[in-house]
Every structure is written in C-alpha cells, then in structure tokens.
Design a protein around this ligand. Structure first.
Ligand SMILES: Cc1cn([C@H]2C[C@H](O)[C@@H](COP(=O)(O)OP(=O)(O)OP(=O)(O)O)O2)c(=O)[nH]c1=O
Length: 191
C-alpha cells in the first residue's frame, strides 16, 4: 500500500517524518479556498481538508492524506495573508488575546474517507511595534494561516496553548496516526 501526501506544505512532510513515515508521492491539491458566506471556521476547515482529499488523484492501493489549518478569531477566518499589510492586520487582531487554530485531517482510500479535526486555543502576547515589525521583516509569515508560524520566531509570541502543538504547525500527529491505521495503512512495522 502506498502513502500519498496530498499537501504542498513542507511542515506536513516534516511532521509525517517524525512518525517515521515517508510518502511514496507528494501531490499538492488545488482547490478554491474561499469561505462560504457566513461559513464558520470549524466547518470551513473540515470542508477544506475533505475537498483536498477528494481532489487528489489516487489509485486503489493508495492512501491519501490531506489537511487544512485555519486560524479563527471568534467567527473570523484568517487565511494565508496576501501581503505584509494583511499579516500585520492579523497579528494586531490576535495581539494580547486568545484565538483558535483548527486543523482538520482527511484520509481517503478509494471511496472511503476518515476525518478528524483538532481545535487548539492559543494565547498570543501583546505585541509591541518592534516585535511586530521585526517579525514581518523575517518573511516567516508567508504561506502560513493567520500570518504566523509557531515553530519559527513567532514561537516567542506564544506563551501558552491548550490542545496540540503539532496541530498548530499543520498536522496533529496522534490523530493522523489513528486515521492512517483506521484506513489500513501500516503505521507501525516491527521489521
Ligand atoms: C498557525 C500556523 C500555520 N502554519 C502553516 C501550516 C500550513 O502549511 C499553513 C496553512 O495552510 P493550509 O491551507 O492548511 O495548507 P497549505 O496551503 O500550506 O498546503 P496544502 O493545502 O498543500 O496542504 O499554515 C504553520 O506552519 N505554523 C503555524 O503556527
């Protein structure tokens, strides 16, 4: 059985590697990530990962793994910022407050789909101008939901979270291992 990572995210590849898993192929999905009108963050995130899993082409002996990470401030969905101005806007909105990071994982084998989502509450310290501008200058915010990456320099802004650190990074490894097992993929091998 082959494992297909349906994601172009280097973080997801790294997190999968922590489980000792190397995908046989990487097939990044191309879907429309526009939220529906009034769509709430959690159902939006679950829909994204499901659509990714359905879009990625796979044969009968292939298991597809996809995920979506969405940052939510109340009902507001904060996607990947299009520029530094939007990243600054997101970070200022989260500064000194708690927000939620949702990561939904979808595993598909043939017509069958296994799904799980993980919600993590994250507190961001109050950012001063120096911290904000220095972080924006690193470009680390690019391509990341909410405009920050907890695994990089923005880790200095996160004194507390409740939930899963790997889920915030993009792939909750415990839940992912369980979904792969449910789909019949041999996560653990003794030889
Ligand atoms: C909040 C947060 C997000 N992220 C990243 C993980 C994801 O790559 C990205 C969220 O965007 P996603 O749309 O979930 O994923 P992607 O577009 O990068 O990749 P693909 O659709 O091909 O799977 O944000 C971090 O790396 N660290 C963080 O702390």
């Amino acid at each position: 059985m082959k494992l297909i990572l349906g994601s172009g995210s280097p973080r997801r590849l790294d997190l999968l590697a922590t489980l000792g898993l190397t995908p046989d192929a990487i097939r990044p999905p191309d879907i429309d990530e526009t939220p529906g009108k009034g769509e709430l963050p959690r159902p939006y995130c679950a829909r994204m990962s499901r659509e990714k899993a359905r879009t990625v082409q796979a044969g009968a002996d292939e298991v597809v793994l996809c995920a979506d990470t969405t940052v939510a401030l109340g009902r507001r969905i904060m996607g990947k910022p299009r520029d530094a101005g939007e990243a600054a806007e997101f970070l200022l909105a989260m500064s000194g407050r708690r927000h939620k990071v949702i990561t939904a994982v979808a595993v598909r084998r043939g017509d069958r789909l296994w799904e799980r989502d993980v919600v993590t509450t994250v507190r961001m310290k109050r950012l001063d101008d120096l911290e904000l501008n220095a972080y924006l200058a690193t470009d680390d915010w690019r391509g990341k939901a909410g405009g920050y990456g907890i695994q990089g320099p923005a880790g200095a802004f996160i004194p507390w979270l409740q939930g899963s650190y790997t889920a915030v990074m993009g792939l909750p490894v415990a839940e992912t291992a369980n979904l792969l097992k449910a789909a019949g993929y041999p996560v653990w091998r003794t030889e």
